[in-house]
Design a binder for this molecule. Structure first.
Ligand SMILES: NC(=O)c1ccc[n+]([C@@H]2O[C@H](COP(=O)([O-])OP(=O)(O)OC[C@H]3O[C@@H](n4cnc5c(N)ncnc54)[C@H](O)[C@@H]3O)[C@@H](O)[C@H]2O)c1
Length: 267
């Protein structure tokens, strides 16, 4: 495998399991040293499917087994002071952050209870905090480091839910947060472009992580894939390869974009 990220350092938030773990491992395979940030670095223990994927005691151990350096940081991305301390730790240790993937997030609550006219304000706040505010805090805290370097790649994470509304109006808080991330990305790209920093967003569709597979089984996989042109659920690796492209030199003239990774989903 080519190692275009040799000598680079990366930070992936929400990388204790799921998509974030895949991004961290893929960036390490491409040559980067990777800092792993999560509110719970052992979050993989919550799902059998995630635990069974682990080839080491943690994502950090898996990265080190690939011959790269890693730092584990336990912090909540919605807690700015804790996040600042964690990012400072990476800067102190490695003196640079070349790539950031703002992956921490996800929804809370069930679609029937989260319609736009009814969603509980507490749930609304929690989902905006972990997705939109967490992304904003992460970007604001790494921007000075990347400006100092005169280079950097930021990847933010939206969702197909941030690009179109659901048929029944459920999960409005999550869709609103993820739509906000798309616009935040575009503004940030305009601001940071003159500093040599690229900012792009990915918008995954139905991706089979341990947490989501439980929901997909409940809904019916065939029902879901009938709405997807490629007729399958996506894998974390489908997303990780796009993140690798956005983190590496092949995307040096790409900024301010949103890349759907949804197999041609129309749901
Ligand atoms: N899986 C999908 O189908 C899908 C589709 C579209 C978008 N996404 C987005 O991709 C990202 C990852 O999804 P996933 O399926 O891997 O989720 P997941 O729940 O399996 O993993 C999320 C990880 O983020 C951590 N995390 C959550 N809140 C945090 C916080 N406030 N601070 C720090 N860490 C936090 C969790 O502990 C967990 O380790 C999320 O932003 C999600 O919204 C996922």
């Amino acid at each position: 495998m080519d190692t275009p990220l040799e000598g680079k350092t990366a930070l992936v938030t929400g990388a204790g399991r799921g998509l974030g773990r895949s991004y961290a491992l893929h960036l390490a395979r491409l040559g980067a040293d990777v800092a792993v940030l999560d509110v719970n670095l052992s979050s993989f223990e919550e799902y059998d499917a995630e635990r069974s994927l682990m080839t080491g005691a943690s994502t950090m151990a898996e990265i080190e087994a690939l011959g790269r350096r890693s730092i584990g940081l336990e912090a909540d991305v919605s807690n700015r002071a804790a996040l600042q301390k964690a990012i400072q730790q990476v800067d102190d240790a490695w003196q640079r952050i070349d790539v950031v993937v703002c992956n921490a997030g996800g929804g809370l609550g069930a679609p029937p209870e989260t319609k736009a006219s009814e969603v509980d304000p507490g749930l609304w706040d929690a989902v905006l905090q972990r997705n939109l505010y967490g992304t904003m805090h992460t970007c604001q805290l790494v921007a000075p480091i990347m400006k100092r370097q005169g280079s950097g790649k930021i990847v933010t994470v939206s969702s197909q839910a941030g690009r179109r509304g659901s048929a029944d109006g459920g999960y409005a808080h999550y869709g609103t947060a993820k739509a906000g991330i798309i616009m935040y990305t575009r503004y940030l790209a305009q601001e940071l472009g003159p500093h040599g920093i690229c900012v792009n967003c990915i918008a995954p569709g139905f991706i089979g992580t341990g947490r989501l597979n439980v929901l997909f089984e409940r809904t019916g996989v065939d029902r879901i894939t009938s709405q997807v042109a490629l007729r399958r659920i996506g894998t974390p690796e489908d997303c990780a390869r796009v993140v690798g492209f956005l983190a590496g030199p092949d995307s040096d003239y790409v900024t301010g974009t949103v890349i759907p990774i949804d197999g041609g989903s129309v749901s």
